[in-house]
Design a protein. Structure first.
Lengths: 337, 342
């Protein structure tokens, strides 16, 4: 499992370009996502990381056509070269659940509480595959076994409330991979779980990805989880991409002060005792009226007058891409340390 | 902060909890709610906190850590056990005596939006304890002082909680807890609801306040990295029991209980290269139902070291030559961070 997919001749499984998402509200337009783009290739794990309100989930929900009708979405989203935003509802339905599937943060709200988990998995199988109910049921048992649910042939008849949080999340993953998707999208899949259960679920996600050979997009605020599972990372701040690149490189030599700031503010289990945390001053901007120029400028230790005038475009720095006017300085400083 | 062991400076710990038990009844549904079982939320916990130090109480959901915090403050009544604060037993105190005692013990909750009254101004919130305990005549000045102490401005006092960000709200909760200059502050998951960039500022503030004011903290949290960062000593909980306790380095660098080892190995570190070569112990299954805990050692159902003795005898929290107390029949110190072993 190496992070490198160096030959980029192939077509990405999903390609997002110039994505803009706006939510009209009585107080004005919330600019949730601004000109964000990313690709995910076959067999690859892309992490979209950011704090609350950074737009990380919204960008993916837009790609899946799951946003409320009031959301204004523009840009292009292509699944293997086909335009997703132009698809009919019927085509979109076929795409979701079979080619692309999702795992959400809270399995209790995404599972049907009055239907046995096995029946829910079997239902998904029968929508997308021509099989009889018996085959669908045995497929459900097989899937529950794959995600490590003990006694799958009995658990198949359990209702969601009879399962623990970790087991429910496994059932969700089983459902998500039921139709052998090309792309699995997991939105904060481990956030509500205890750390020992979180480790299990990450293992199951990796196993599921390997079993199906699908690509994985994982949305998370936890940089530890990113380090654990991702090949590439996209760091988002205030609706825009701050930095993107191979995960190893971004963690070792961040080229955006926000990424560096995030890494400095996390207490690490392996940090020397007594290490002072380096918080990022201030708070994220309101998405109703984002500041002109770089949205991070008001909190940024490197900000210059240029930063509050001109929005920095994402551009190559080292092996990464950074949306910072002072990205080179940040990148070179990381090397000196 | 801590005095050398050979100097008999202060022998009584600020807080001493002995054999604390808290059972919650499980009641049947319907008009006659009979008690049909007991959840043993806390099952014989003993701990102490010395003046000026931070004890981190860490565990996963349902381990009983918050219940302990609530029992110490008598926000709930313990089933049995003793809680001594400055040498005085809290069990059996009258309401009036308890109220006087609570002046010296304050709590900061996880969710400031739920613990700050949305219809009160920040000044009113922070001054409420001052008014109840009638400690100062110049309340206005004291509120301004407290706001500055937690990194806010005195004029923020006229605003309402919803006008603040999550980090600022948590600072307001801290200012309220500090108002009566308590000896002990119980911090119950104080930073779990905050984004990491904000969390770091609150943790730094807590450290600074402790240094400036000689505060003592009981820091209750599920995040092992945060607990390691802030604590002098740590107690790890599993299913209502402390399974391992010691100084930060003892617990984090030479964990000897299998649960502590599994817990530490499960915490992802934000370093992809290190993550790839770390040894990981992935526990099977979930924690058992606290209404019917396993016989013997409560961890044995998920433990890879379990033998028949673990089913029969409940291991006591003892130092069996490890250097710190561990509740396990087969404790083996293990340096998990020295990763290279496979």
């Amino acid at each position: 499992m190496t992070g490198q997919t160096s030959s980029r001749a192939e077509i990405p499984v999903l390609s997002v370009r110039d994505l803009e998402v706006t939510f009209p509200t009585p107080d004005g337009d919330v600019q949730a996502v601004r000109s964000v783009g990313w690709d995910v290739y076959e067999g690859e794990v892309l992490a979209i990381a950011g704090e609350s309100g950074s737009g990380k989930s919204v960008s993916v929900m837009a790609a899946m056509g799951l946003l409320p009708a009031t959301a204004q979405v523009s840009g292009s989203i292509a699944y293997r070269g086909r335009d997703v935003l132009a698809m009919s509802d019927k085509d979109l339905e076929r795409l979701r659940g079979s080619s692309i599937s999702m795992v959400f943060q809270d399995p209790m709200t995404s599972l049907n509480p009055v239907m046995a988990v096995g029946a829910q998995i079997a239902e998904g199988v029968r929508i997308h595959q021509r099989v009889n109910s018996r085959t669908a049921r045995s497929k459900a048992v097989e899937l529950l076994d794959l995600v490590g649910i003990p006694n799958p042939s009995q658990r198949v008849d359990s209702y969601p409330h009879e399962l623990s949080g970790g087991m429910r999340q496994r059932a969700m993953i089983a459902m998500a991979i039921a139709n052998d998707p090309d792309l699995l999208i997991a939105d904060e899949p481990t956030t509500a779980l205890d750390v020992t259960i979180q480790a299990q679920v990450i293992d199951v996600l990796e196993r599921a990805r390997e079993a199906t050979g699908s690509a994985l997009v994982i949305i998370t605020h936890d940089l530890g989880v990113v380090a654990r599972i991702a090949h590439r990372i996209l760091v988002m701040y205030a609706g825009r991409a701050a930095e993107t690149g191979i995960a190893d490189g971004v963690f070792e030599r961040p080229s955006h002060p926000y990424t560096a700031g995030l890494l400095g503010s996390i207490p690490r289990l392996d940090a020397p005792k007594g290490t002072r945390l380096m918080p990022i001053e201030g708070a994220p901007p309101s998405m109703l009226a984002p500041p002109p120029g770089c949205a991070f400028a008001p909190r940024c230790p490197r900000a210059t007058p240029l930063c509050s005038q001109e929005i920095p475009e994402l551009r190559p720095i080292g092996n990464q891409e950074s949306a910072c006017h002072h990205g080179e300085d940040q990148y070179n400083e990381a090397e000196d340390v | 902060m801590s005095s050398p062991a050979d100097l008999p400076v202060e022998t009584t710990p600020l807080l001493e909890v002995t054999d604390l038990v808290k059972d919650f009844p499980i009641r049947s549904k319907g008009a006659i709610r009979r008690t049909v079982g007991m959840v043993q939320a806390v099952n014989g916990v003993s701990l102490h906190i010395n003046r000026g130090e931070t004890l981190g109480l860490v565990g996963e959901s349902g381990s009983g850590k918050s219940t302990i915090a609530r029992c110490i403050l008598r926000l709930i009544q313990p089933t049995s056990g003793s809680v001594r604060f400055k040498g005085q037993e809290l069990a059996g105190l009258s309401r009036r005596q308890l109220q006087a005692m609570r002046r010296n013990m304050q709590i900061v909750y996880q969710d400031p939006m739920a613990s700050l009254d949305p219809r009160m101004t920040v000044s009113a919130i922070i001054s409420e304890p001052l008014r109840i305990h009638r400690t100062t005549s110049d309340i206005g000045a004291r509120v301004g002082e407290l706001l500055e102490l937690v990194g806010l401005r005195p004029e923020h006092g006229n605003r309402y909680p919803h006008e603040f960000s999550g980090g600022q709200r948590q600072r307001i909760g801290i200012a309220r807890a500090l108002a009566l200059e308590p000896d002990l502050i119980i911090l119950d998951e104080p930073v779990s609801a905050l984004d990491v960039s904000i969390q770091a500022g609150v943790l730094n503030l807590l450290e600074d306040l402790q240094r400036q004011m000689g505060l003592t903290y009981l820091f209750v949290a599920h995040d092992l990295s945060v607990v390691r960062h802030i604590s002098d000593r740590v107690a790890v909980m599993y299913l209502g029991r402390i399974v391992e306790t010691g100084t930060g380095p003892e617990v984090y660098e030479t964990p000897a209980h299998p649960y502590t080892q599994a817990l530490l190995s499960a915490v992802p570190i934000p370093d992809p290269k290190l993550e790839k070569r770390r040894r990981r112990i992935v526990l099977e299954g979930d924690a058992p139902n606290p209404a019917s805990p396993p016989s013997g050692c409560r961890f044995r159902t998920r433990c890879w070291k379990a033998e028949s003795i673990c089913t029969e005898y409940d291991p006591e929290l003892l130092d069996l030559g490890i250097g710190h107390p561990v509740a396990c029949h087969f404790p083996t110190p293990d340096d998990l961070m020295g990763s290279e072993q496979g």
